[in-house]
Write a protein that binds this ligand. Structure first.
Ligand SMILES: *[C@@H]1O[C@H](CO)[C@@H](O)[C@H](O)[C@H]1NC(C)=O
Length: 236
């Protein structure tokens, strides 16, 4: 009887130790050096994927793709709370103009699909960005990403250096990178393109930020990088 009590006690002890291990389990692995602010040029995505009909294709501005800590693997994904969107002010407008889903052509399911896209961004990147954001609250993550996106104002920033959307002119990839040269300190962004036929179109610019959310040089490795040569920044 004594033995039984004792082993029962040990079992309970082990069980609670195991439970607290689960509760405090590692949800994200890796130590990110920077966080990536990725913005897309919808005109290019719309040409590349035949998304005409998606309201984002009419946008004359860059749209947020995401805010992603680098080198992080999600081990135990944290879902977005079910009532998140009820509590996120003005989200439908933001989804139409600033942080849009560029994967569908259908206007009717556009907002629904974009909420799925946001859920994915939170699960895959948002929670694990908590050390950069200083919070594991989804609302704060999304607001911070939007604040960084608005602060970057890529359309105006590029235009201030003479890089404007134009269907007939081409730019050199280094001209796009060099726009950020004038920023102090100089930071190298990632410039991505999509190839259509034998032409390359500017599709995405990624700015890398440090723990203080200040720009730093990006690494050079990424997919869809633009060639060192002529690229189009399409107006339509
Ligand atoms: C496109 O670039 C060409 C050559 O620089 C220029 O003449 C034209 O006005 C530009 N078009 C627009 C819409 O800015």
């Amino acid at each position: 009887m004594r033995l039984l009590k004792c082993s029962l006690f040990i079992a309970i002890l082990l069980n609670s130790a195991f439970h607290s291990l689960l509760v405090n389990s590692v949800r994200c692995s890796g130590t990110p050096a920077s966080i990536l602010l990725a913005q897309r040029w919808a005109k290019t995505e719309c040409k590349a994927s035949n998304l005409i009909g998606n309201p984002a294709c009419n946008l004359e501005q860059w749209t947020l793709h995401g805010l992603w800590p680098d080198n992080v693997k999600v081990i135990d994904p944290v879902p977005l709370p079910g009532d998140f969107f009820n509590r996120f002010e003005n989200y439908e407008n933001i989804m139409r103009t600033e942080w849009t889903f560029l994967g569908i052509a259908d206007q009717n399911t556009y907002i629904t699909e974009t909420t799925t896209f946001w859920k994915h961004e939170w699960t895959k990147h948002g929670y694990c960005a908590k050390d950069f954001i200083g919070s594991d609250e989804p609302k704060i993550y999304f607001q911070k990403a939007l604040e960084l996106y608005r602060g970057a104002n890529l359309l105006r920033h590029l235009a201030s250096k003479g890089i404007e959307p134009n269907d007939t002119t081409t730019y050199q990839t280094h001209q796009i990178r060099d726009v950020f040269l004038a920023d102090k300190p100089y930071v190298r962004p990632i410039v991505n393109c999509r190839r259509m036929g034998n032409k390359y179109y500017l599709s995405e610019i990624i700015i890398c930020l440090n723990q203080n959310l200040k720009p730093v040089n990006c690494g050079t490795g990424d997919t869809n990088v633009c060639p060192e040569g002529a690229i189009t920044y399409p107006r339509t």
